[in-house]
Design a protein around this ligand. Structure first.
Ligand SMILES: *Cc1c(COP(=O)(O)O)cnc(C)c1O
Ligand code: SF4
Length: 531
């Protein structure tokens, strides 16, 4: 040990408060009761720790030694029992500080940082224990999904080539209750219930998406999203509320905002969601749109210079043939005031085979001209399989970014564990959580899926401080535009000082505001040198 510290004075000059307190605690006389002399084994173990702490150029052994000394002290033993002096401890503490790149002190790390880190672990303990059983991802379920897929493929008489191609998936879609009952074990009443709804509402599952449904789980979250139940017509009858005309200033266009518009470029999806907010646009029949319709939509955008961001959606933008997508994106890129674009699609989870090289080339080509984001919808971790993850990985290499808009749905993702797992799983699949929508009251068919607003606030707020910041979505109500539902963490304001709430621990912290007078002055930085 190099003797940097020789006196109490040196100690006080070189070490911080936390370390001095720690050393004080270790060197104060312990309340020794007779007969409590450390055993030979303990002494030997300790001398090994001392040797490591002294010889190695590592901080870990020093921490371990001090942790053991604290334990020994609690047992009534003294550092003298191990042949150590106060100066030895001071010098080891100094060594710790000198090794650490950021000069973190031994006391700071041992008595502050390590207990704080340990305590914060408690916040995620329950999640970690439950996430893989309560909300398994499609990657964890992959062996079972593959088995389901093989069963479904054989029943549908599909070749492996057909199964692996987008065209094959669409050709073999499951549209009726009877077809579904052939592939998935369902109670007879459930089949009748589905039949009752599908007379009036769309149902369509790709064979791939139906392979994500786990046999034996009566309310499987993937099935709930894709197979409609009788509640839909019981809630609100068979009439679909008409499209609100007041947001469509031009053919195919929806506009809520001055700078962003959507083009509803198709009314088709590879899978029809049981909670589709666009149910009125989806209609009852697939339609192909005319060049005139696209032309008029583009004309509206061309004539409105305020518009900078175009969201190509539907339906599902990836249902559009590559040739139309390529043409549409080129047209948009050609408009000076259009600066950024988005494509709205759920196909990477409903039919990931669609993401072929030709499509990726089209996206990259357009992204090179002006940034293009892919906006997707994933509601459960179960929808992320090795295949969909790979589709997102390839998309993320060719586009600006991929954003997820999830819908908060009862029984599907309405718990902390399920939603945290969703956000972490998609984050690991190259997708950023963007929005979580509270399921709208506007389509009364979906009443049975609605979740109280406050439940969603609790779920989203609980993510702060516990999962990566860029994996935390914003919570939104749609009511003629998107209304943020974020809970306020500003408690009060007095004497230019805020009281803020830490969402992860519900503790309060004071936060002085910028000085208002300093903020008001124009004379700052280089301007102070103006003659
Ligand atoms: C969601 C939506 C947008 C985009 O809103 P952002 O907050 O920018 O994501 C634009 N127009 C319509 C009609 C929408 O529904
Ligand atoms: S993918 Fe979107 S538009 Fe299509 S059915 Fe689902 S929610 Fe509706």
């Amino acid at each position: 040990m190099e003797p940097h510290i020789r006196s109490d004075q040196d100690c006080h000059n070189a070490l911080d408060q936390y370390t001095l307190e720690l050393i004080g605690k270790l060197t104060g006389d312990p309340p020794r009761e007779k007969g409590q002399v450390p055993t030979g084994a303990v002494k030997k173990e300790l001398s090994q720790l001392v040797e490591k702490a002294c010889k190695k150029n590592l901080t870990g052994p020093i921490i371990s030694l001090f942790q053991e000394l604290l334990k020994q002290r609690l047992a009534g033993n003294s550092i003298r029992d191990f042949g150590l002096t106060k100066m030895d401890l001071c010098n080891l503490a100094l060594k710790h500080q000198q090794i650490d790149e950021h000069m973190v002190s031994l006391g700071g790390r041992l008595t502050q940082a390590l207990p704080i880190a340990g305590k914060s672990n408690a916040r995620v303990e329950e999640y970690l224990a439950r996430k893989d059983t309560e909300a398994p991802s499609g990657i964890e379920l992959w062996p079972q999904i593959q088995e389901n897929g093989e069963r479904i493929r054989t029943k549908l008489n599909m070749s492996t080539n057909e199964w692996g191609s987008y065209k094959g998936q669409i050709r073999n879609c499951i549209n009726t209750a009877e077809e579904l009952a052939e592939l998935i074990d369902l109670p007879a009443e459930a089949v009748a219930s589905i039949g009752r709804v599908t007379k009036n509402f769309r149902m369509r599952l790709t064979p791939y998406y139906s392979s994500l449904i786990m046999p034996g789980n009566i309310n499987d979250p993937v099935m709930l999203q894709s197979v409609p139940t009788g509640e839909m017509v019981d809630n609100a009858g068979i009439e679909i509320p008409p499209v609100a005309a007041d947001h469509s200033p031009a053919r195919l266009i929806d506009q809520f905002y001055p700078r962003v518009v959507t083009i509803k470029a198709t009314n088709m999806c590879a899978m029809y969601c049981t909670h589709c907010l666009r149910i009125a646009h989806i209609g009852r029949k697939d339609k192909t749109y005319s060049w005139e319709a696209y032309g008029e939509a583009l004309e509206y955008i061309r004539n409105n210079e305020n518009i900078r961001d175009i969201l190509v959606t539907g339906g599902d933008a990836f249902v559009l043939p590559n040739s139309i997508l390529k043409w549409l994106l080129a047209q948009l890129d050609d408009i000076d005031h259009v600066k950024v674009k988005r494509l709205g699609t759920r196909i990477p989870v409903t039919a990931p085979m669609r993401i072929d090289d030709e499509l990726l080339d089209i996206i990259e080509e357009s992204n090179d001209r002006k940034p293009i984001r892919v906006v997707t919808q994933i509601n459960t971790a179960q929808e992320i399989t090795p295949l969909s993850r790979d589709a997102y990985r390839r998309l993320s290499k060719r586009s600006f970014t991929i954003l997820n808009q999830a819908v908060l749905l009862k029984g599907i993702n309405d718990s902390r564990v399920k939603m945290w797992k969703l956000c972490e799983t998609i984050h690991e699949a190259y997708v950023r959580p963007y929005y979580i929508f509270n399921c709208s009251y506007r389509n009364p068919q979906f009443k049975h899926f609605r979740v109280p607003l406050e439940v969603g606030r609790d779920i989203v707020e609980s993510m702060y401080g516990n999962i990566s910041g860029d994996a935390i979505p914003r919570y939104i109500a749609t009511a003629g535009g998107k209304i943020p539902l974020h809970r306020s963490n500003v408690i009060s304001f007095e004497d230019n000082e805020y009281i803020l709430r830490k969402p992860w621990s519900d503790t309060e912290v004071s936060y002085p505001d910028a000085d208002p007078d300093t903020y008001k002055t124009d004379s700052f930085a280089f301007a102070t040198y103006q003659s």
